[in-house]
Design a binder for this molecule. Sequence first.
Ligand code: RET
Ligand code: DD9
Ligand code: DD9
Length: 242
Amino acid sequence: QPLQAASLGVEGEGIWLALGTIGMLLGMVYFMAKGWDVQDPEEEEFYVITILIAGIAAASYLSMFFGFGLTEVELINGRVIDVYWARYADWLFTTPLLLLDIGLLAGASNRDLASLITIDAFMIVTGLAATLMKVPVARYAFWTISTIAMLFVLYYLVVVVGEAASDADADTQSTFNTLRNIILIAWAVYPVAWLVGTEGLGLVGLYGETLLFMILDLAAKIGFGFILLRSRAIVGGDSAPT
Ligand code: RET
Ligand code: DD9
Ligand code: DD9
């Protein structure tokens, strides 16, 4: 049965893709239910962004579960690797939205937000290039470029966005610090997962790598959203209409 073959995945990793789909859907439904009565436009913005993040990820996980977001890359050394490219489509949209969430919380300027999101998109695009290239040295070169871009994103988040947050009230500062720490810890593991996984050195198979990405994705999106939307800091301040 083709459907069954697709949903099991290449190494049985379909179980983690199914759990990822369910986790993203549950997160999305929870955020929708929690935000249903929200009237304040500033607060509503955080809900819209965070629900969109979970929805995009749910669609991406479902497509990977059905084997739709999967492709094979044949390297020049004859090695053939299975790659879930749908992740990159997901991350291209969701990582900017996550940065928008935390940037709006901190009260960062539009100019700083635009810079941050541009470097982030560059990180994902060069990461996809690393993933699809046939020449191993080119793959590691693009991985290195993408990782340097990530270090810029994290630096910018701590220094520039952190500076904006330091002017905010105590609630906002404490929520910002928690969310920033989730990003610092979770995001930094992604290039390591790529490097040890099937795209890189192949120390970890597709099964283990898919599990690792699922845990990271749920922490970085649903854990992040849960903390953000529970915080009083997102309720519009003086600027909100009464
Ligand atoms: C890649 C490979 C190349 C090197 C680097 C990467 C970084 C990816 C990151 C992804 C973050 C995803 C999130 C998803 C939310 O669920 C592309 C793996 C640096 C940081 C937060
Ligand atoms: C063609 C199916 C790709 C699914 C990716 C979902 C994320 C898109 C934003
Ligand atoms: C030009 C960048 C090369 C990076 C090599 C990394 C090799 C890891 C095995």
